[in-house]
Design a protein. Structure first.
Length: 157
């Protein structure tokens, strides 16, 4: 898995990308006040391996920045930045930190252990700012081994 410079492995990011259209149930400039679901789509995510010597070592990372689209894939709504780190050389998971930036609205951050295989995963939402300043909840990430990745952010106040 660490052989190439770029790969479409859906590893790590058990983060937060789902399809559909951005379906915000309730967000205001003052934060999340009731349960809210946001669906986003990532098209053809590709990861960059950082600090790799050809072997899996503690501290190896993969990172990516990807445009975010609404659930239908027709409107760009922001971008996602992610960095995942190998924390155990004999384990098949990454510790991933992901930030969803919604243009003109704010950010939502997630962190969690994600499968190296790229399989679907769920990670906690650890906070936000702007319209999402008091957000908690979870992010359900689709399979990163597919050409598009759907992420569903289930937010709670």
């Amino acid at each position: 898995m660490f052989g190439g410079r770029r790969f479409g492995v859906a590893a790590a990011l058990a983060m937060v990308f789902a399809g559909g259209g951005v379906g915000l149930a309730a967000a205001s400039s003052r934060g999340i006040h009731k349960p809210t679901t946001i669906r986003v789509l990532l098209k053809h995510p590709a990861f960059q391996i950082v600090d790799n010597n050809g072997k899996k070592n503690i501290g190896d990372e993969l990172a990516f920045n990807e445009q975010m689209w609404n659930a239908t894939g027709r409107q760009r709504i922001g971008h996602l930045d992610a960095a995942c780190t190998v924390t155990r050389a004999n384990d098949s998971r990454f510790l991933c930190n992901i930030v969803f930036t919604f243009t003109g609205r704010g950010e939502i951050s997630t962190t969690g252990l994600s499968p190296e295989s790229g399989a679907a995963d769920t990670d906690p939402v650890v906070g936000g700012d702007g319209e999402f300043k008091n957000a908690s909840g979870q992010a359900d990430f689709g399979n990163f081994n597919k050409p598009t990745v759907r992420v569903t952010l289930e937010l709670e106040p």
